[in-house]
Design a protein. Sequence first.
Length: 260
Amino acid sequence: MHAFKGYLFDLDGTIYAGSKLLPGVLNTVNWLREQDKSIMFVTNTTIRTKESVQMRLSELGISCKVNEVLTALCVAGRFFQEHEPDACVLMIGEQAMEQELALYGVKMTMDPMLATHVLVGLDRQFTFEKLTVGVNALRNGAKLIAANPDPFCPIDDGVIPDTWSLVKALETASLQKTVRVIGKPSKYYAQKAFDLLKIPPSQCLMVGDRLSTDIQLGNSNDMYTALVLTGADSKKDIVQTGIEPDYILNQLSEIKSKNL
């Protein structure tokens, strides 16, 4: 077993499910704080800003700083700022996406003829009209960028469609392909996490409930990984996907009991 210096936690299905904190989470996070460990909450959410994620965690009893939160949205904003400063982005998403992109000075438009990129996140008000606008932007030469590759998101009484379901609708209708995925498990996302943590990847444990995003993020970026069985994936999914975590936890509290 390893005593890690940095712990990266997914949120949905790992820290909470819907509006409920998952068993053992609060005690585990508090114990890691007492051990003077560095913690980061890394999420693919596109419907919350970093500040609203911090507020939600606080409401559930988990205190953290804004710079301990990394979202797919803030990484997307940084991507456009660093690599596409002249982009004109047609966004398919919610208010949080607009707020986060504005913080990074990203130019936005709803005119499909002016858009250079179409950025897609979860949009719970997605309509045929939005699909049509996005498709016309893509057919006019705009590049399709997915804020994350999550097909669904867990809620209190089941799941809801997430970003990737909307991306697939746009791909199908426009006959175009996604050119980049911003969120987990991309290397760009991982680098932004390491920039904030300032801890070598080999001394970090990535903990999450999804093999294709959380565990793949860790495996592809030299971290140790732990799949927690409180969310999307189960042990049988390891065989089906071929993505293997270093550890399997029934719940988060096993970090403490197994001295990880």
